[in-house]
Design a binder for this molecule. Structure first.
Ligand code: PHE
Length: 359
């Protein structure tokens, strides 16, 4: 059945006729106006879509037609509705193959336009370096350990031989967690070293382990200081461990990280939990004469380390007469910056996709 605007209009005329015998009211007047408006359209404009609308108006206002006319109005309005629906369905059926055929001709397709960009994620540079280091150390038989970021005052300080008046405990450097007055005091761990003691309590010596993780300090933030950054602790406990073992391991570590020999120097360093303690510095890869990253010194503080203090072994339940060890605290954030030439530590955890997209 083909759609015929003229007969739709004729049907609308019959519906209007039925309305003529209805009592005058605002409703019948407005209804008459609306249906007349449809019927008055030129045939070319009386589309199937409009026919559907007109039938909807008639069917939705059946109560305004005189009772005896409602049967007739219903059948005429339904005839209009069916004509409109059939015509629309036929149009759709025609349109689909037509659109497919148009697409197949290749018209409007430009093979020289760039393809839509594939949005692929990537690993954060800290994650990348962490995984590389985990691979390096596990390949040498070390374990990878984890520890809590909210740490007890005991593990973060006391067990590490850091006395109550040590400057590291200063509220200037430490985020203390609010706890009840007599409860155990908690801190956001200021370093990964508390896991040394946790490891000693959990593992039987001899053992070797690294602990990558987030640490927190109440710092004034600038290009080289963040309140949240990453460290990687290393701990070896065995019999007769000497400074020679420490230096050997540190050299292997740096060769693994940089894939080449990096010039280093050892300075004495003070940390209450190692004795003797050292600061291992690496040559600044950004400059020859000094820059903002190395604070114009050409050296970058990378790796504090030392021989585990007997008091720490005791706190971890290990007999210092039988066992010895060394520990290091790699500045993971700083290392990632060196590796990728990142000149501001704030980029690392800033969450700016323009930064992250570069990896
Ligand atoms: N935990 C120390 C810090 O964050 C670093 C360190 C680790 C020093 C292990 C010596 C041995 O400053």
């Amino acid at each position: 059945m083909t759609y015929d605007a003229a007969s739709v209009r004729a049907l609308l005329g019959e519906i209007l006729g039925a309305l003529a015998s209805a009592p005058e009211s605002d409703e019948t007047r407005s209804l008459r106006e609306r249906i007349t408006a449809f019927a008055a359209r030129p045939e070319a404009e009386l589309t199937p879509q409009l026919a559907l609308e007109a039938s909807g108006v008639a069917l939705g206002n059946m109560r305004h037609f005189p009772k005896e006319a409602r049967g007739l109005v219903g059948s005429k309005a339904n005839a209009i509705k069916q004509a409109g629906e059939a015509a629309l369905a036929a149009e759709r059926e025609l349109a689909e193959p037509a659109a497919l055929a148009a697409e197949r001709t290749g018209k409007g397709f430009d093979a020289t336009l760039p393809a839509p960009k594939l949005e692929a994620g990537s690993l954060h540079p800290i994650t990348r370096v962490t995984r590389e280091l985990e691979d390096l150390f596990t390949s040498m038989g070390w374990s990878v350990l984890d520890g809590p970021e909210v740490e007890t005052e005991f593990h973060n300080f006391d067990a590490l031989n850091i006395s109550g008046d040590h400057p590291a405990r200063d509220t200037m450097d430490t985020f203390w967690v609010k706890t009840a007055p007599r409860a155990q005091r908690l801190v956001m761990r200021t370093h990964t070293s508390p896991v040394q003691v946790r490891a000693m309590k959990r593992l039987k010596p001899p053992f070797r382990a690294i602990v990558p993780g987030k640490v927190f300090r109440n710092e004034a933030v600038d290009a080289s200081h963040e309140h949240t950054f990453h460290q990687m602790e290393g701990l070896v406990i065995d019999r007769d461990i000497s400074v020679g073992h420490l230096i050997g391991a540190m050299k292997t570590l740096l060769r693994g990280i940089f894939g080449r020999e990096i010039e280093i120097r050892l300075r004495p360093g003070y940390f209450p939990f190692v004795e003797p303690g050292f600061e291992l510095d690496a040559r600044c890869p950004f400059c020859k004469e000094g820059c903002s990253v190395c604070k114009r010194s050409t050296w970058i503080e990378l790796l504090p380390c030392g021989m585990v203090h007997p008091n720490v072994l005791k706190a971890g339940g290990i007999d210092p007469e039988q066992w010895t060890g060394f520990a290091f605290g790699l500045g993971l954030s700083r290392l990632v910056m060196l590796r990728f030439g990142i000149d501001d530590v704030r980029h690392l955890l800033g969450g700016d996709v323009r930064f992250l997209e570069q990896f």
